[in-house]
Each structure stands twice: as C-alpha cells, then as structure tokens.
Design a protein around this ligand. Structure first.
Ligand SMILES: Cc1cc2nc3c(=O)[nH]c(=O)nc-3n(C[C@H](O)[C@H](O)[C@H](O)COP(=O)(O)OP(=O)(O)OC[C@H]3O[C@@H](n4cnc5c(N)ncnc54)[C@H](O)[C@@H]3O)c2cc1C
Ligand SMILES: *[C@@H]1O[C@H](CO)[C@@H](O)[C@H](O)[C@H]1NC(C)=O
Ligand SMILES: *[C@@H]1O[C@H](CO)[C@@H](O)[C@H](O)[C@H]1NC(C)=O
Ligand SMILES: *[C@@H]1O[C@H](CO)[C@@H](O)[C@H](O)[C@H]1NC(C)=O
Ligand SMILES: *[C@@H]1O[C@H](CO)[C@@H](O)[C@H](O)[C@H]1NC(C)=O
Ligand SMILES: *[C@@H]1O[C@H](CO)[C@@H](O)[C@H](O)[C@H]1NC(C)=O
Ligand SMILES: *[C@@H]1O[C@H](CO)[C@@H](O)[C@H](O)[C@H]1NC(C)=O
Ligand SMILES: *[C@@H]1O[C@H](CO)[C@@H](O)[C@H](O)[C@H]1NC(C)=O
Length: 507
C-alpha cells in the first residue's frame, strides 16, 4: 500500500494538514506538538467516536487505557515526524510518557498509556511480496490473519508468523515469535531479512546482515529498546495448505499425553515440518480439566507419522483436514476483552516436570474454584516443544538474542494463565496470586529436578518476569552496547517506559 508512491503521498498529506493544525489546540503539549508537526489528521482525541472504538481494540481488558491522544501514522515518514515532535515536546516537563502499539496483544502497560501519547501503528497494516528476492514486506500494525490472507490471495506465499490470527506483527517478531513453522524456519524473528527502523532521533535506517548488522541481531528478541520498526522484510515460502487437526482428550489420559509430548519434542530436525501444541484447560461447568492437542503438518501431508503416538490416545473428539494458514489463524483467535493473567517458564523436556505442571494446574483449578467460583474463570496451560534445533536454525540465519544455545537439551516452553469471566478485579487479584505461586512452585520443582532452563520467553512473560535478563549476561551486554550506539541518550528507556527495558536489567 505504501510502496514507492509513499513519499510523494506524504508530502501532499502534510500540505493539506498543516492548515488545519493551526486552528486546533488540545491543551496537551505532546498532542499539540504532533498537530504543529502537520499530523493533525492522524491525532485521535477522546472527544471523537473513533477514539473509544480504538481503546476497545486492546486484547486484554486491563490494557484499555485512555491516552491523552493516539497518534496513528500511515507510513514510515509520519512515524519519524511523530517521534521527532514528541522528543522535542517538553521531555522532563510533567509526568507523561509515550507508548507504542502494533497488534495490542501484549501485557497491559507495555503498549498503551493513560498519561501521555500512544503511537498506534494499526493503520500501517499492509503486506506485499517481491518475487525476485522472495521477501514479503509486512507492516507492523497488521494482524497475522490479515497478513496470511493478503499474501495468500495476492501472491500465493506465506511467512513464519503467529498462530492466533488476532496477534499483531510488531510485538510478535520483536519478542521472538513461536510459529507452526519454527521447526523449519526458526522463530519468526529468524526469518527477518531486514528491519526498517525509526530511531530515537527520527532518522530512518535499515538493519540487515550488511547494514547495521548489530541492530539487526539486537532486534531479534530485543523488543522496544532501539526504535520503532516500521517494516519487516520476511523470508517467504510457497503457501501450502496445512494438515491441521485438534484432539479433545479427557484428563484421565494425561500420562499418555505427557509421554507423547516428550517423545514428539525429541523428534529430529528432519521432522520439523510438524508442530504440536498441547493445552490443558478447565471446563467451567465443573473442576474437570480437558486436554486439547493441536497437530499440524506444515507441508500439508495428511499421512505424516509424527503424530502416531498422540493418535493412539482415546479422544472425545478429533479432526484432521487440510486448511489454509489464513483459515487456521482466523479460527484460532482467543477472544479479547477478558481480564487475564499469564506467566511463562522454560524447562528441560522431562516427563516428571510435565507431570508436576499438570498436577499443579489441577490443584489450582480446584483451589481457585473454592475461592472465586468454578463458573468465574478459565485456565489455559500450554506445553510447547522447544527442541534444541530451533536455536540451531536461528544461529544459521544470523543469530537471535534469546540465548537458546544456553539450554543444554530439548526443552518445553511452558505458559499459561487465567481469564476472569466477569472482569471482577478482586477475583483477578486472587487468580494472579494463585497462578504466580504455582509458577514459582513449578520453577522450583524443575530446578531441583535438574531440569532448569533459563529462558523466560518475552512474548509470554508477565511484567513481573525478566525475559531480557534471561537471555544471559553476554547477550544482555551486547544489547546494551547496541542501545548505546543507536539511542545514546536513552530516549526509549526514559520516555517510552512500557514493556521490557534494558535499563532495568542488571548484568
Ligand atoms: C491470544 C494470544 C495468542 C498468542 N499466540 C502467540 C504465538 O502463537 N506465538 C508467540 O510467539 N506469541 C504469541 N502470543 C504472544 C504475542 O506474540 C505477544 O503478545 C506480542 O507482543 C504481540 O504482538 P502485538 O503486535 O500484538 O503486540 P503489542 O502489544 O502491540 O506490542 C508488544 C510490545 O512490542 C512493542 N512494539 C510493538 N510494535 C512495535 C514496533 N513496530 N516497533 C517497536 N516496538 C514495538 C510494544 O511497545 C510493546 O511493548 C500470543 C498472545 C496472545 C494474547
Ligand atoms: C488498515 O489500515 C488502513 C489505513 O491504512 C485502515 O483504513 C484500516 O482500517 C486498517 N485495517 C485494520 C484491520 O485495522
Ligand atoms: C499456490 O502455491 C501452491 C504451492 O506452491 C500451489 O500448489 C498452488 O497451486 C498455488 N495456487 C495458485 C492459485 O497458484
Ligand atoms: C496419503 O495416503 C493416501 C492413501 O494412502 C495417498 O493416496 C496419498 O497420495 C498420500 N498423500 C501424500 C501427501 O503422501
Ligand atoms: C473468519 O472467521 C469468522 C468467524 O468464524 C468468519 O465469519 C469469517 O468468514 C472468517 N474469515 C475468513 C477470511 O476466513
Ligand atoms: C492482562 O492484564 C493483567 C493486568 O495487567 C496482567 O497481569 C495479565 O498478565 C495480562 N494477561 C495476559 C494474558 O496478557
Ligand atoms: C462468581 O462471580 C459472581 C460475580 O462476581 C459472584 O456474584 C459469585 O459469587 C461468584 N461465584 C462464587 C462461587 O464465588
Ligand atoms: C541519529 O542517530 C543515529 C544513531 O545514534 C546516528 O548515527 C545519526 O547520525 C543520527 N542522525 C542525526 C541526524 O542526528
């Protein structure tokens, strides 16, 4: 959408906007500064209907903060203009700050702000494809379901992105990006050939293997510490339908499920075209826990033998069919709008730790039922394979920041949380306390059984956790060096405080 013609379009827009800007004063200095910079048409104030609609588009209900204004840039030049205007607008005067949002699916407070301005990249949501380079250029504000749909219908190609179609491009790729395709292509960030970035001083740079290579590497897991990424150029692949299935399994078969997950996680890289996601969830009508297993062959091979072990387990319901990635992403959106709490851990692929996580989850469902009522909450606990070869692929592609090579063997990415049905903050507080304690107990169990793995995966981490620190001292030192080079005055640290900040990580 904003290809070669973008720059010219911007100039025209600026000319049109600057006349309007003079007559508008909001009383909020940074919002006024944006208007004076010619971005009046891109500023949303709480007095407009569009503002409230936008507030409601944040995924977690607790994240629906109401900033003084949203700035919604339409292209890279406008992001640059906005950053410059905000940087020049009374930094230090008043207790206001800036937030940046792409898909709005991350933890509340990382992507929105009550006192200050939110840079909302949602209008930058186009995807295009260059066949000569086999690169898909994807803008940060798009949801993955739209990326897949656009790339499939316009170019018949696909990329290594999110599984839940509502998740945004920007946050996902800057935090790693666990995808159905990770067994073939590595994490989503490993497939980024080039980032286009707006730095703290408003200058626009490319970061790839040749230009700004340290920045390229730092952005692969480094989140919002270096600049705003305005375009991701992603290695593309032919769009092949997925072989996709879900199995619903009664919790009495949990031991067989755990054994199947452990076996699958130990598969060699040659079977990396297959993906397995296991979910434990309570049923709300009783304290019973149900298991959902998602099976995917990313080459559309309905005959894959990778799931033979899983398929031996009796199911309550089971499916297995060809599906487009766009369709699968569209169908697997976790509903927005609930108050939720989630944490993550990584531990080695040990059956006893997995069984312990199942036990702790079952106990939590029971104790939370007594505390706030079975009908008032839903839990989700995910067990996802993190085989060592994910890290090996990442290394082959230039390396990312997660420090996967420090995990001594195949591992499990554990994550989960509780959603409160009626948004009751008292119930949420209780659920948070119980879930956090359970997470700490599970970590202790894993550590004491010799199954410790340091990674706290940023995209799943709660704000109480320290994902950047979990990347290891060498990577943290590297990230800090890169930040010093590209943001010498620490603007992203001081003025954009949400999310995971390098300045808060001790080496
Ligand atoms: C229902 C659900 C399903 C999920 N499924 C998966 C999954 O399958 N795999 C996986 O790996 N993760 C998954 N996640 C986690 C998800 O990857 C993260 O929440 C991610 O941050 C979402 O990206 P976003 O663009 O929607 O985030 P946002 O909330 O918009 O942004 C996240 C963070 O990144 C910063 N940021 C956003 N865009 C930019 C940019 N362009 N430049 C610089 N900084 C930016 C923001 O300031 C914020 O700190 C899921 C999350 C949810 C809620
Ligand atoms: C995508 O951006 C365009 C403006 O560039 C906007 O009109 C449209 O509503 C956006 N789409 C979504 C799904 O937000
Ligand atoms: C899209 O690509 C796939 C995989 O290469 C191919 O099988 C299919 O025929 C293509 N579809 C169209 C409409 O070109
Ligand atoms: C799968 O098996 C069926 C029947 O055995 C066969 O017809 C089909 O070609 C196989 N598909 C693939 C992708 O190998
Ligand atoms: C996405 O899912 C919704 C709800 O199931 C459906 O109405 C819509 O048609 C789907 N869109 C696409 C593009 O598949
Ligand atoms: C939703 O918001 C709450 C409050 O900040 C937070 O503790 C929780 O972890 C968030 N849940 C998810 C799943 O992101
Ligand atoms: C469930 O939540 C509702 C609304 O907050 C509350 O009235 C009810 O008592 C709760 N149920 C139990 C068993 O605590
Ligand atoms: C902007 O910052 C970058 C990184 O620190 C620097 O290389 C560049 O010279 C700066 N540009 C201007 C115009 O100051």
């Amino acid at each position: 959408m904003f290809g070669a013609a973008g720059k010219f379009g911007t100039l025209v827009t600026f000319a049109l906007l600057s006349t309007e800007a003079v007559s508008q004063t909001t009383g909020f200095p940074p919002c006024d500064a944006l208007i004076s910079a010619g971005l009046g048409n891109r500023v949303l104030l709480a007095t407009s209907d569009a503002y409230e609609t936008r507030v409601q588009s944040w995924w977690n209900a607790s994240g629906r903060l109401r900033p003084w204004c949203f700035i919604q840039p339409y292209n890279t030049q406008e992001v640059s203009t906005a950053v410059k205007a905000l940087a020049a607008s009374g930094s230090g005067a008043g207790d206001w700050h800036i937030a940046v949002r792409s898909g709005g699916h991350h933890m509340p407070g990382t992507n929105n702000i009550a006192d200050g301005v939110t840079i909302d990249l949602g209008m930058m949501n186009s995807s295009s494809y260059d066949a000569t380079k086999n690169l898909a250029s994807v803008e940060p504000g798009a949801a993955w379901k739209d990326v897949y749909y656009d790339l499939l219908h316009n170019y018949n190609v696909s990329v290594t992105g999110g599984r839940d179609g509502g998740v945004g491009v920007g946050g996902f790729l800057l935090g790693g990006g666990n995808s159905y395709y990770s067994g073939r292509n590595g994490l989503g960030c490993d497939t980024v050939a080039n980032f286009e970035v707006v730095l703290a001083n408003g200058s626009i740079v490319d970061a790839n293997a040749d230009q700004n290579p340290a920045l390229w590497k730092a952005l692969k897991g480094g989140s919002l510490n270096f600049g705003i990424v305005t375009r991701f150029d992603l290695q593309a692949m032919p769009a092949v339908d997925l072989a996709y299935g879900q199995s619903i399994i009664s919790s009495e078969h949990s031991n067989e499920v755990v054994d199947a997950v452990v076996q699958f996680t130990n598969h060699p890289e040659e079977l990396g075209g297959d993906a397995l996601i296991t979910l434990y969830t309570n049923t709300k009508t009783s304290e019973d826990v149900t298991i959902v297993i998602i099976r995917v062959n990313t080459r559309g091979d309905l005959n894959t033998t990778s799931f033979d072990r899983v398929n031996e387990i009796p199911t309550l319901k089971s499916s297995w069919e060809l599906k487009t990635l766009a369709g699968a992403a569209n169908d697997s959106q976790v509903p927005a709008g609930m108050k939720t709490f989630a944490t993550t851990l990584t531990f080695l692929n040990s059956p006893s730790v997995l069984r312990q996580s199942v036990l702790l989850h079952t106990q939590l469902v029971s104790s939370l039922s007594s505390a706030i009522g079975t009908e008032n909450f839903t839990t989700q606990m995910f067990l996802q394979p993190l085989p060592s070869y994910f890290g090996v692929i990442g290394k082959r592609k230039g390396g990312n920041m997660l420090g996967l090579e420090r995990i001594p063997s195949n591992a499990i990415l554990w994550t989960g949380g509780v959603a409160i049905e009626n948004g009751d903050d008292t119930a949420l507080g209780i659920a948070k306390a119980q879930w956090s304690t359970m997470t700490a107990n599970l970590k202790e169990f894993a550590d004491s059984s010799g199954a410790a793995a340091d990674l706290i995966y940023l995209n799943y981490a709660d704000t109480s956790q320290d994902p950047l620190g979990s990347y290891g001292p060498e990577n943290v030192a590297f990230l800090k060096d890169v930040a010093k080079q590209y943001d010498p005055y620490g603007w992203w640290q001081r003025r954009v405080p949400g999310g995971f900040k390098l300045s808060r990580v001790d080496v």
